[in-house]
Design a protein around this ligand. Structure first.
Ligand code: IMP
Length: 191
């Protein structure tokens, strides 16, 4: 079964492909001829995930799913949250986002945080939602070269390695998106 993952992020495609284990053929936005910047103007992850998926369905006519992810840091009252991608402003930069987060947490003793992912699926005229959460804490400095986004400064609970030090399979097993994708796949396998 073919399904479009409405993202321009090749790292995300790679992560989800690893989790799909050959049951589905994932097509990207490029594969369906979409080079548009997808709209995400809401103030919740759910709003943005559905906004992106509906945009693709409306303009390209394909069933698809879209994800939106945020990093909630307790010492910053849940920031950057839904604004994680643009935390340090436009153009989006993982490096500047991390620098700003580390600066804002310079004197913080409580560094607990969590990634949250919402996946919006549009299939056969119906809409479905899947969610995943990964709890952890924010490190004092970058560690590891893998992953993307805030991975080098996120230490998942129960691990001595940052997300950026884990293999794709290890990260998928415990990550916010990995959990949400597992729910999605379990659902797709039963329709
Ligand atoms: P988006 O909603 O997926 O675009 O993600 C919002 C922000 O969270 C961006 O800065 C991403 O780089 C970051 N992000 C999303 N997923 C992950 C992840 O799995 N690890 C680290 N950062 C992530």
């Amino acid at each position: 079964m073919k399904i479009c993952f409405a993202t321009n992020n090749p790292k995300k495609i790679e992560e989800v492909n690893a989790a799909l284990a050959g049951n589905f053929e994932l097509v990207s936005l490029t594969d369906i001829g979409c080079t548009d910047e997808l709209p995400e103007t809401g103030d919740t992850l759910e709003h943005n995930a559905f906004q992106k998926a509906r945009y693709v369905k409306e303009h390209f006519g394909v069933d698809c799913f879209a994800d939106d992810t945020g990093l909630e840091v307790d010492a910053l009252e849940g920031e950057p949250g839904v604004y994680s991608g643009r935390y340090a402003g436009e153009p989006r930069s993982d490096e500047r986002n991390i620098d700003l987060l580390l600066k804002n947490l310079e004197n913080a003793s409580i560094r607990t945080a969590r990634f949250k992912t919402v996946i919006a699926l549009l299939l056969n005229g119906e809409e479905y939602k899947f969610e995943g959460v990964a709890e952890g804490e924010i490190l004092n400095k970058r560690t590891g070269n893998g992953g993307f986004g805030y991975d080098p400064i996120f230490l998942p609970n129960g691990y001595q390695k940052s997300f950026a030090e884990l293999s794709l399979v290890e990260k998928n097993a415990i990550s916010h998106r990995g959990k949400a994708v597992s729910e999605l796949i379990a659902f797709l396998n039963h329709i």
